[in-house]
Design a protein around this ligand. Sequence first.
Ligand SMILES: [Zn+2]
Length: 329
Amino acid sequence: MARNFLTMDLDTVTVRVGEADTAVDITVYRDILSAVSPYFRSAFDGPFVEATDRSICLTDVTNETFRMFLQWAHSQKCQLSNGAAFPQHAILVQKPTRKNVEQTTPGSAELQLPHRTSSSPDAKTLPDTTVALDELDEHDGLRSLYHTDPEWINGYRLSLLSFLRLYVFADKYNVPQLRDDVLTAMIAQSNAWNWWPDIDRELLDSAHENLPPSSKFIRLFVLSTAYCWLLQPETCSATRIRTMMEMNEEFAFDVIVVQNQMLKDKISSEGMPLWLEDAVPNSCVLHEHRVQDAEKCRKRIRDQSQIFTGLIEMCAQDVLGITKESGEE
Ligand SMILES: [Zn+2]
């Protein structure tokens, strides 16, 4: 079974993603799914119905999100397999069930939204020092992804929704490393652009609908709102807090708690720890570390920055897909 791959099995399973009329069958290596998700491990390896017919239906996941997950999972596997190259997605087969769903082909888009033409990893451009991607104040490779375009903020907003969909998938189908990695990518991106996520009704509603209140994804927005947006000189705190409370009371409450703590810290210490860098020196403060401990996690972020630039790029490409689709209607 294992053939020339030392640890990997080339058994495939079928994952049907999407709602009934637009569902798509995707053939996936079983081991890729089992390695990253206890959910899929028990679905395909355990004594469940799915294990016998070797297929599973995920109606609440889109083709795009599942493919992003797969791409991420493959980038993991390549790192984990001790040099043994695992076949890439070219081998994966997609069988439309009823309607032929076109795959989005980015590149020819009119809008210059978040997009990078080269998909090569950024590892070479990183300095040899021990600073990891999510600790860099500025990262030219990431900056060039967005900052030149007037549509930038909208593109940024849409890419956050893309990150959210991926995170919700990782929450629902139990992929703890992907949850941590999405947050690392978002923090690396925010550091690079010096632009932290602001509250947004669609995003906040969707996050609260689909994630537990204790979710670290929501926590990132609580922190960035308290540290970055509530303190803007041009914003009126009262108006902003009222807006937040109308949107989500629990969220507003958490933001105020963080702000209160910031004020206390300010009073009790000489400095003014009013910068997000104090609360989020790197993404580990928002990690669950259920797969790797903090030390291994730091090393992984330093050595394998392509995993995170890959995520940022995928979410940016996803935005291009959405923009294209809505333009066609
Ligand atoms: Zn970590």
